[in-house]
Design a protein around this ligand. Structure first.
Ligand code: ADP
Ligand code: MG
Length: 262
């Protein structure tokens, strides 16, 4: 059993604005092991992005704590890479210039690190496009570039906030395999936020199902080895896949009309 890398200890988050208070997360307890791939599933507004932003050190909890390797998260760090639905590539820069951006900002633009970024670009089948400008690429290609840029700074933990949701179905399936393969090869710990049950089952080792108002963990489901071991596309064809899909579907639809007293 590998070591624990991330821990949420009774984390609560309430946003306070002019309009009032929103209890985004209540009593989140979660422990994640090194190399584990977690998917977070839940309705809109249940606090999925809040969980990632807390882990990234972009916001602080109202109470409770988040630790990475037993150290409390207090600010952003190079250990955590964050990839969003929108790719935020700079259109006036070439692909190569885009993937080196993080290294430049961190002043780690060494030959070794640049070579590593190009190696990742090659794995994403994009090396021939390195001198293209970002605006010349399709959505799927852009997300692959964004992933390379995120991985180029060698984070141990990767946060993926619905990174495939704007892509067409075929591109999405291809990217799921490519991303899984790349992260497994490097034993990255990943947390994927998604609305897509099939994507969660096919990509993750464990699925966290959340409920809303207030955002909380409703259930955790371990994905069994026959579904976990193959790459996502093959995993979708394993007989157990449908069973897990039904189970999670029921669990999520129970959430629909349910809300606990605040
Ligand atoms: P999800 O990603 O699951 O859709 P979020 O984490 O974005 O959910 O939001 C959880 C709740 O907190 C929602 O009710 C949302 O409106 C609220 N919220 C998120 N960010 C802020 C913010 N910066 N200020 C005030 N309320 C926020
Ligand atoms: Mg969100």
């Amino acid at each position: 059993m590998s070591k624990e890398i991330i821990k949420f200890n009774n984390v609560c988050k309430t946003y306070v604005t002019m309009e009032g208070e929103t209890e985004a997360l209540r009593n989140i307890n979660l422990s994640i092991r090194e190399g584990e791939f977690i998917a977070i599933l839940g309705p809109s507004g249940c606090g999925k992005t809040t969980i990632l932003s807390l882990l990234a050190g972009l916001i602080s909890p109202t109470s409770g704590s988040i630790t990475i390797w037993n150290k409390e998260v207090k600010s952003t760090s190079q250990n955590v890479g964050y990839m969003l639905q929108h790719d935020y590539l700079l259109n006036w820069r070439t692909i190569k210039q885009n993937i080196m951006l993080g290294l430049e900002i961190l002043k780690q633009n060494t030959k070794e690190n640049r070579d590593y970024a190009l190696e990742l670009l090659n794995e994403m089948n994009l090396l021939p496009f390195q001198n293209y400008y970002a605006h010349q690429l399709s959505g799927g290609m852009r997300q692959r570039v964004a992933l390379v840029r995120t991985l180029a700074i060698k984070p141990y933990i990767l946060l993926l906030d619905e990174p495939f949701s704007a892509l067409d179905y075929t591109t999405r399936l291809r990217l799921e395999d490519l991303v899984s393969e790349t992260l497994r090869k490097r034993n990255k710990t990943a947390i994927l936020v998604t609305h897509d049950i099939a994507e969660a089952i096919s990509m993750a080792d464990r699925i966290i199902i959340m409920a809303t108002s207030p955002g909380r963990i409703k259930r955790e489901i371990e994905v069994p080895p026959p579904l976990r071991d193959p790459l996502p596309f093959s995993s979708r064809k394993v007989p157990e896949f449908q069973k897990y899909f039904q189970l999670i579907w029921r669990e999520m639809n129970e959430n629909e009309n349910e809300s606990i007293q605040k």
